[in-house]
Design a protein around this ligand. Structure first.
Ligand code: G4P
Ligand code: NA
Ligand code: NA
Length: 191
C-alpha cells in the first residue's frame, strides 16, 4: 500500500534497527484519512471471503479494525489484555508471550461476542513474532469459528511472524512489508 509506505518513509522513526515508531499517525496520534484508506484496502482484499466478524486486540488494533469493519459492514470485537490469569468461564482465553516486554499476558473475549459458526477476519497493526495473531486465532477456534485470514498494517518480514502464521495454514495480508532496517531506515520488500 503505497500511501502507508510513504507515511512510514516520511514520519517513521527506526530505533536501534529494531523497532519502528509510527506514533505520529498510527500508534498514538491517528490520521483518520489514512485509516479510512487502510480500512478500504483491507476490505478490498477480503471482500469475497464471506467475513462475518472482525477480531482484533487492544489497543492499537482497534482503530484500524474499526475502519475495515465499517467498510465490510460487520461487527468488531477486540480481545482484552489482562495481567493476571482470571479463569472465568464466560470468556475465551489465551496466553500470549510479549517479546518486547518479556512477559506473558492473557487475552480474553466474552463468549457472547464470539458466537459459533462464523467466518472471522483477524486484524492487527504490527506483525513481528506472530504471538498476538496466534493467540487471537486460538480464541476464534475455541469459539467454533473459522479464521478466514489475517490483515496486518505493517509486517516486519525479517521476523518469524508471517512464516508461523502461514505454517499454521492462515492467509496473511500485510499492507506494507519491511524487509529490513538498515542504518535506521526502512527497506521495503518490493523495493
Ligand atoms: P507480536 O505481536 O507479533 O507477537 O510481536 P511482539 O510480541 O514482538 O510485539 C509486542 C507489541 O509490540 C505489540 O503491540 C506489537 O504490535 C508491537 N510491535 C512489534 N514490533 C513493533 C515495531 O517495530 N513498532 C511498533 N510501533 N510496534 C511494534 P502491543 O504491545 O500489544 O501494544 P498495542 O500497541 O497494541 O497497545
Ligand atoms: Na502495537
Ligand atoms: Na498490536
Amino acid at each position: 500500500m503505497e500511501l502507508l509506505k510513504q507515511r512510514i518513509r516520511e514520519e517513521g522513526i527506526v530505533l536501534n534497527n529494531r523497532v519502528l515508531k509510527v506514533d505520529s499517525f498510527l500508534n498514538h496520534q491517528i490520521d483518520p484519512q489514512l485509516f479510512k484508506a487502510i480500512g478500504k484496502e483491507i476490505a478490498d482484499r477480503y471482500r469475497n471471503a464471506g467475513v462475518q466478524r472482525i477480531v482484533t486486540i487492544e489497543a492499537s488494533g482497534i482503530a484500524l479494525a474499526l475502519m475495515a469493519a465499517l467498510e465490510l459492514d460487520v461487527p468488531l470485537v477486540f480481545a482484552r489484555k489482562k495481567k493476571s490469569i482470571l479463569m472465568v468461564d464466560d470468556v475465551y482465553h489465551s496466553v500470549v508471550y510479549s517479546y518486547t516486554k518479556e512477559e506473558n499476558y492473557d487475552i480474553t473475549i466474552s463468549k457472547k461476542f464470539l458466537p459459533a459458526g462464523e467466518k472471522v477476519l483477524i486484524i492487527d497493526d504490527f506483525l513481528a513474532s506472530g504471538e498476538a495473531a496466534m493467540g487471537l486465532a486460538k480464541l476464534v477456534k475455541d469459539a467454533g469459528d473459522e479464521v478466514v485470514g489475517m490483515a496486518i498494517a505493517i509486517e516486519k518480514s525479517f521476523q518469524p511472524g508471517r512464516e508461523r502464521l502461514e505454517n499454521a495454514g492462515f492467509r496473511v495480508e500485510s499492507l506494507v512489508r519491511i524487509k529490513e532496517f538498515k542504518d535506521n531506515e526502512c527497506i521495503f520488500l518490493e523495493d
